[in-house]
Design a protein around this ligand. Structure first.
Ligand code: ADP
Ligand code: MG
Length: 304
């Protein structure tokens, strides 16, 4: 049938808009009632327009019955603050070396500045966001992370001290679940605390994966500044089984901040998280595109 009262381009526009919504419907049904943990990073967070589109996506998820839990990073912002204080940033295997001066800056930037910025941005869309620092009320218990690296000359593994970088050991899940029950959106700063009350910097991917595993979340999304996991020819790997993910982990083309991401996805899924995706947070509405379109975006890790 022809719609003579519409131009061809208008018809195409309306059909495209409507089919996007129709395509989304089964996914809306599928995800309604789910807990989805989203790591909102550092590098994917700098731009005003992007942070507003992210906040709208989160507000929309809540409206359709999904319970989003946000865990945020802050790498670039922490780097800038350290620079202004003449403290050098150093990374080993994608993890920030965190001495006593650095942990003070990390705590301040994560739990004060960035956390409230995200909470305000989600609240402005009508969502009831609540800021929580992982080190407060013993939400995330942590121990000092032990890091082994291979000496490039001798190839011998050695343990290096990277300071106040924590490995999460326990989560008071009930605190997060209480917020969810009240219809709130937890926004969590990735800090942990040990039994001597030392505060630890936890890589935000690691924290998000741990939280997803403890909550048995349906899905873990790690937003970053690349399209997903890229192979040795820099091509996007759109789907990856857990066993394949384990085998590429030690390959040369996986380095820096991608290492903790892949490790996190593997560990979270082994603890019962259904699926995990590493995706490009620089794409506007990346969360909605990933969850509510047939092909999604990024690299999806699936069980074997
Ligand atoms: P984020 O703030 O999102 O955690 P990171 O810098 O910690 O960002 O991690 C993402 C970075 O990992 C990318 O910008 C890229 O430089 C690096 N990377 C290393 N290996 C890969 C790979 N195989 N595919 C994609 N990115 C990779
Ligand atoms: Mg990182």
């Amino acid at each position: 049938m022809k719609f003579d009262f519409l131009s061809e381009s208008d018809q195409a526009y309306f059909i495209h808009k409507a089919s996007t919504l129709v395509e989304a419907l089964p996914y809306i049904r599928q995800h309604s009632g789910d807990i989805i943990v989203i790591k909102y990073g550092g590098n994917a967070m700098g731009d005003k327009k992007l942070s507003s589109s992210f906040a709208k996506d989160i507000g929309l998820l809540k409206e359709i019955g999904v319970s989003p839990v946000i865990v945020h990073g802050g790498g670039p912002q922490i780097g800038e603050r350290l620079k202004s204080k003449n403290i050098e940033s150093k990374f080993i295997d994608g993890l920030r070396v965190t001495d006593i001066d650095t942990i003070k800056v990390v705590e301040e930037v994560l739990s004060k500045d960035i956390n409230s910025e995200i909470v305000n941005s989600i609240s402005s869309t009508g969502g009831k966001a609540v800021g929580i620092s992982g080190n407060k009320n013993n939400l995330i218990s942590a121990t000092k992370l032990s890091v082994e690296i291979k000496d490039s000359d001798s190839n011998i593994e050695k343990i290096v001290d990277i300071g106040f970088v924590g490995q999460p050991t326990n989560l008071k899940s009930e605190i997060i679940l209480d917020h969810i029950k009240k219809g709130e959106i937890p926004v969590i700063a990735p800090l942990g605390i040990d039994k001597n009350k030392f505060v630890y910097n936890i890589n935000a991917d690691t924290a998000a994966g741990f939280i997803a595993g403890q909550l048995k979340a349906s899905k873990l999304l790690l937003l970053t500044d690349v399209p997903g996991i890229l192979d040795s020819e820099k091509k996007l790997i759109s789907s990856l089984s857990l066993s394949k993910a384990k085998s590429i982990f030690s390959k040369d083309f996986v380095s820096g901040g991608m290492k903790p991401k892949i490790k996190t996805c593997i560990e979270a899924m082994e603890k019962g998280v259904g699926k995990s995706t590493i995706l490009d947070g620089r794409i506007p509405h990346s969360v909605i595109l990933e969850l509510f379109t047939e092909h999604g975006i990024g690299t999806q890790l699936i069980k074997d």
